[in-house]
Design a protein around this ligand. Sequence first.
Ligand code: URA
Length: 229
Amino acid sequence: MRIDKFICKSTELTRSEAKKVLKSGEVRVNGEVVKNPATQVHENNTIDIDGQVLTARTSRYIVVHKPLDTICSNVDEVYPSILHYVEVDRAFDLHIAGRLDADTTGLVIVTDDGRWSHNIISPKKDCEKTYRVWLRNPIKQEYIATFEQGIQLQGEDGLTKPAVLNIIDEQEVLLTITEGKYHQVKRMFAAIGNKVVGLHRERIGCVELGDLPLGEWRYLTEEEVEFFK
Ligand code: URA
């Protein structure tokens, strides 16, 4: 990790304050003064500011039940960021591992461990996400095979990866996908001439929303954290 980031993780300093401290020559890595904020350091290096040895805070792994009209962003826009719901220190240092649209509710994972969240976000990792979808028009059983074979999304080159469609009733389905293309679920149903009128994410990998109330959060269990390593 970059040394300026390590300083932020182990002190109350902001990134720009960390850069100032570095510039002043007060920071040492294994006894050597380091001034460049981009210098890479490892947890087993001894890093001190003016003789005070730093220890990085442990990473945080959190699940939030996202309400409607909130956004998966670190800055507020038309709607507030879901990070306002996460009542932990420095909540805005966390990042979102797989965004949901403002009009989508459900499970969102937030963390400050970028290497770990890569295993959720990267399309190469095939991490399963299950959505409950409410549709404007009735859906036919034959679409189970269509979703399994892959859907041609407008503006995309290939087909979507195989998806599992589970029909609950004519206008309510569960859909499991392993990708996270822009507006993917809405575009998949648009491609078959239907329209998503309600969308809710229930699961990412082994993490289920369960009965976590809307707008509430909890830490992931050790087993849940391990699952994505
Ligand atoms: N697919 C969508 O279309 N929207 C979401 O919020 C998530 C998946």
